[in-house]
Unconditional design. Structure first.
Length: 373
């Protein structure tokens, strides 16, 4: 039978993700609107973004946090174009975004000394095969595959190269080993349910040293430049952004950070996301027709949870359409390049109650489509 109760918030998109529970635009501190981001009030707000991010994430001493243009994509392109080329590069790719970085490194930067470690959707490549003398490029959590890196044991503490980590759907949801990450990028619209167009860049002292001692042989556009006169542009990490940010989006991000603090900080956010994943784990364990795309249990993402069903791609689309039309779940179809299935966001902005209310609807939609096939 069709369920009687729907999720209070049916927004389960994997990006932009659901706003935090209780979110209201009118509750944002809008004192910066209409003011210059170069004025004291604007710089103060942007500096808070950097400082509070570092505090809540528990970053090691000497790590820098900056706001840069063009979301996580812009942040990661910036560091690839600014840092790569001095050493050989190992690229790990097991879903669309990692594959995109591999393409940019080989086709756009045209680096020659590149080794790729790839795997199909659902699996990780053998990360232990990477060379600690090389720069290593990888995603921590495959947003389009639902496969995450289980640990950082494969990253050497004595590495000569840098680790460049795209962690946009992992930051504030997974316990990241910061001493092993030299460059980390993420965006506001993922785990924190913030607004788009802004990227976050986290640099270790080792990454700063590379920036100040290596000049890539290709020209860098203005929005990629992190140094001037051979020195890091420290202002980027103190609230003086490269270009004009949206101060409305900044206010929205600061609101999201305050909410994380109200959960008890990073640990509270991680715990909430893992509890959300458990709802799906329990559901899948009791049914033979639905499966995690991730092959290994400890690699199942607790943010972008990807599922396959025992029906063909057209039937999956029908299930997604049914749930959308009923207002039970929006935007939960698998990523276009991934195997047909469902992708359900389980980050901390999603309520456990709403996921529990969604499960009977997935049951109903699957059985409805099966009866028609």
């Amino acid at each position: 039978m069709k369920p009687d109760v729907k999720p209070s918030n049916p927004n389960f998109s994997s990006g932009p993700c659901a706003k935090r529970p209780g979110y209201e635009v009118g509750r944002l501190d809008l004192s910066t609107l209409g003011r210059s981001h170069r004025a004291a009030i604007g710089k103060t707000a942007l500096a808070r973004v950097c400082d509070e991010t570092a505090e809540l994430l528990g970053l090691p001493e000497g790590y820098r946090v900056g706001v840069v243009p063009a979301s996580d994509t812009g942040a990661f392109e910036m560091v690839m174009w600014s840092l790569l080329g001095e050493r050989p590069v190992d690229v790990c790719a097991w879903e669309s975004f990692g594959a995109g970085w591999l393409t940019d490194i080989t086709k756009q930067l045209k680096l020659e000394n590149v080794t790729s470690f790839t795997a199909d959707y659902g699996s990780l490549p053998d990360l232990t095969q990477t060379n600690s003398d090389h720069d290593v490029v990888f995603t921590w959590n495959g947003t389009t595959s639902g496969v995450k890196v289980a640990n950082a044991d494969w990253i050497s503490d004595d590495r000569k190269g840098l680790t460049l980590c795209d962690a946009t759907s992992a930051v504030f949801a997974m316990d990241l080993p910061w001493p092993k990450l030299d460059v980390t990028t993420f965006s506001w619209q993922k785990v924190l349910g913030g607004e788009g167009a802004h990227g976050m860049l986290i640099l270790s002292p080792r990454a700063v040293e590379r920036l100040e001692n290596y000049s890539p042989p290709w020209p860098l556009p203005k929005i990629f430049r992190l140094t001037k006169g051979g020195k890091l542009i420290e202002g980027i990490f103190r609230g003086a952004t490269i270009n004009t940010p949206s101060m409305l989006c900044v206010a929205d991000y600061l609101d999201a950070l305050a909410w994380i603090r109200s959960l008890g900080g990073l640990h509270g956010a991680i715990t909430k996301s893992e509890a959300n994943l458990k709802v799906l784990r329990d559901f899948v364990s009791q049914r033979e027709w639905i499966h995690f795309l991730a092959v290994e249990d400890d690699q199942i993402s607790n943010t972008s949870v990807c599922l396959t069903l025992d029906v063909d791609a057209d039937r999956v689309k029908e299930i997604v359409r049914l749930l959308d039309n009923e207002g039970a779940a929006f935007d939960i179809g698998a990523y276009r390049d991934a195997p047909a299935g469902l992708r359900i966001w389980c980050g901390a902005t999603v309520e456990e109650y709403d996921l529990k209310m969604l499960m009977p609807w997935i049951d109903w939609a699957y059985k409805s489509v099966k009866e028609l096939s």
